[in-house]
Design a protein around this ligand. Structure first.
Ligand SMILES: [Zn+2]
Length: 188
């Protein structure tokens, strides 16, 4: 299953693809790291925080249930605070979370049972594609092979997800460049 590198790149891609109106702050990479994009990267990577709690990895936080709960939570909170539920924001963050499930489902998993409990808590079944698109990550960092295994995994993740994020970023950048100068001035 991918490391935070692959998951973060997937989240960044979702954020860049979802921004309807590009901010007028410029077209540099730094300018494109808006709060929404950073939130997407965070949501895409955070499910693996369950590694900190023994025996729950790849269960609750790796389920469609978690995606739906996140969506409901964002709609409820924004609806309460602003009286206008932010459905687009909720769907964007839901999509970012969904990329974590997708990438893990496509990744290599040598730990039985392989895969993730996507339908937690309604089904104990672990889902795994068997495609092994992403190489395994060695999370036991004290093992002698950890550095080489993780460097190899990171290289593959950059190779696969890097272009996806780059295409999303360039699409957003083109949008920013295409903005009329007047509109840019107004939104400053
Ligand atoms: Zn995961």
């Amino acid at each position: 299953m991918p490391s935070p590198i692959g998951h973060t790149l997937a989240g960044l891609a979702v954020g860049w693809l979802s921004e309807v109106a590009p901010p007028a702050t410029g077209s540099r990479l730094r300018d494109s790291l808006t709060p929404l994009v950073l939130w997407c990267a965070f949501v895409a990577a955070i499910p693996d925080a369950d590694l900190l709690i023994p025996h729950i990895h790849r269960t609750a936080t790796h389920s469609v249930t978690a995606t739906v709960l996140l969506l409901i939570m964002v709609v409820a909170v924004t609806g309460k605070v602003t009286r206008h539920p932010a459905w687009t924001l909720a769907l964007t963050l839901g999509a970012a979370h969904g990329t974590h499930l997708l990438l893990d489902w496509l990744g290599t998993d040598h730990f039985p049972p392989p895969g993730l409990q996507m339908l937690w808590p309604f089904s104990p079944h672990f889902f795994h594609s068997g495609v092994d698109l992403f190489p395994p990550v060695e999370r036991r960092l004290l093992r002698p092979e950890a550095l080489s295994v993780n460097a190899y995994a990171a290289a593959w993740e950059l190779l696969i997800m890097g272009p996806v994020a780059l295409v999303a970023w360039r699409r957003r950048r083109r949008g920013a460049s295409a903005m009329p100068a007047q509109a840019k001035g107004q939104s400053r």
